[in-house]
Write a protein that binds this ligand. Structure first.
Ligand code: RNT
Ligand code: ZN
Length: 419
């Protein structure tokens, strides 16, 4: 498609939306300012760069053997640079503690901001914010699937120190980038079979978290989120950090709750939870993912639930909802996984920004529900694609499917040569 065609189609779409009272220019301006935090772990199948890397465990796993996985920091950064050049809009990079830059092995309770300085410098160059996660899995001290809630005081202490070390790192990222770093705490803790002392495990988890969060850090540097879960492979019977546990903990301690799309019962959706939890929390974090039959972490599609999530973000105020992606598919090119998911998140946000919001609300309040339903259905036929293509053009990234050829040439020249 030539630039001229993209522009012409945009003008025609703009006129069509204007008839509904929707301003496409304003929507594009708003879209450009909503950052999406791109998860580094899609690039290497959640392995990380510790010299004795253990990979994912604790109930999460990446499946597939598509060639070209990034094996070291240099390769991961090259892949991220390439992917970033094909994704429009404001970007953040979401790192895990196992992605540290160190030639020597460092115990997880001894990591410091210095181990992430090269990532901070990289993010500065990329004009991207950074988010962070302590890594409580893929480690001998997590082998029992109990970390912060372990009955073993030594194990608990080790992971408490890890949590404290990670908050310092996150604060330093936010300070240097002048952009608050969101640190998300997810632990794999749970039990495979009948669990007798759920209360004991939860009491220990609360105590450990209290110690980690006892140091107050200004919100302009970093903010904490806690992520709940339903179950994991190998921890089917009891998850210590359940939704009720973390919702209560977040409300009590004024932290963010992290809602992951894959962490609820199969017919339960996070889109409905956003407006509920925002009554009691200032801000929340989302892990946008796609569960297929279980918490499978498939690449995010432009489907009904993604659109509903985006509508709730826009309707409740995007400044209160931090958007992170969380999936890992090793059966396709990992750049495509990033690009498809991030672009879909943006398309969903754009589609929500292009709704005649006031009119829809008014129709609902006045019980004109037939008209509301009809309008919502008509909106599905509006030329959203033409508006998104124009966004890509203006942001200087390939329009439509044009990025695919770029990824294919990159995999031939770079990723397939990795052996
Ligand atoms: C696991 C959680 C968690 C992880 C990442 C790697 O079920 O979703 O967020 O996916 O921290
Ligand atoms: Zn998650």
């Amino acid at each position: 498609m030539t630039e001229k065609t993209v522009e012409q189609r945009y003008l025609s779409a703009k006129a069509q939306y204007a008839e509904l009272g929707v301003d496409t220019d304003a929507a594009l301006k708003a879209l450009a300012d909503i950052p999406i935090s791109i998860h580094c772990w899609q690039g290497d199948d959640v392995v990380g760069f510790e010299p004795d890397a253990g990979g994912a465990s604790g109930g999460i796993l990446s499946t597939g053997n598509y060639p070209g996985r990034a094996r070291n920091i240099r390769e991961l950064r090259a892949d991220l640079c390439k992917a970033f050049s094909l994704i429009p809009g404001a970007k953040r990079l979401n790192l895990h503690a196992i992605y540290l830059d160190s030639r020597r092995a460092v115990a997880r309770n001894k990591i410091t901001p210095a181990h992430f300085q090269s990532w901070i410098d990289w993010a500065k160059e990329q004009k991207a914010g950074l988010d962070f996660n302590p890594t409580y899995f893929g480690h001998p001290k997590a082998a029992s699937n109990l970390t912060l809630s372990s009955p073993d005081a030594g194990i608990r202490e080790y992971w408490i120190e890890h949590g404290i070390a990670c908050r310092r790192i996150a604060a330093e990222m936010g300070r240097q980038l002048r952009n608050p770093c969101i640190m998300n705490t997810w632990i794999p803790d749970g039990f495979k079979d009948i669990t007798v002392d759920r209360a004991g495990a939860r009491a220990r988890l609360e105590e450990s978290l209290d110690r980690i969060f006892s140091v107050k850090i200004p919100a302009k540097y970093m903010r904490d989120a806690v992520e709940s879960k339903l179950f994991g492979i190998g921890v089917e019977s009891c998850t210590v950090g359940s939704n009720e546990f973390y919702l209560g903990y977040a409300v009590k301690n004024r932290l963010m709750l992290c809602l992951d799309s894959g962490h609820f019962h199969p017919t339960e959706v996070i889109s409905d939870k956003i407006s509920a939890v925002l009554r009691f929390l200032d801000e929340i974090l989302l892990h946008v993912s796609r569960p297929v039959r279980w918490d499978s972490d498939h690449v995010v599609l432009f489907d009904d639930e993604l659109r509903a999530i985006a509508q709730e973000i826009v309707r409740n105020g995007a400044e209160r909802v931090h958007i992170g992606l969380d999936y890992f598919d090793a059966t396709i090119n990992r750049l495509e996984a990033w690009i498809i998911g991030t672009r879909n998140m943006q398309k969903a946000l754009l589609s929500a920004l292009l709704e005649p919001a006031a009119e829809l609300t008014e129709l609902e309040r006045s019980f004109r529900n037939g008209r509301k339903l009809a309008l919502l259905e008509e909106l599905k036929m509006m030329p959203l694609g033409a508006v998104y293509d124009y966004f890509c053009l203006k942001q200087d990234v390939p329009v439509g499917a044009d990025y695919i050829a770029e990824v294919e040439s990159y995999e031939r020249k770079v990723q397939f040569k990795r052996g």
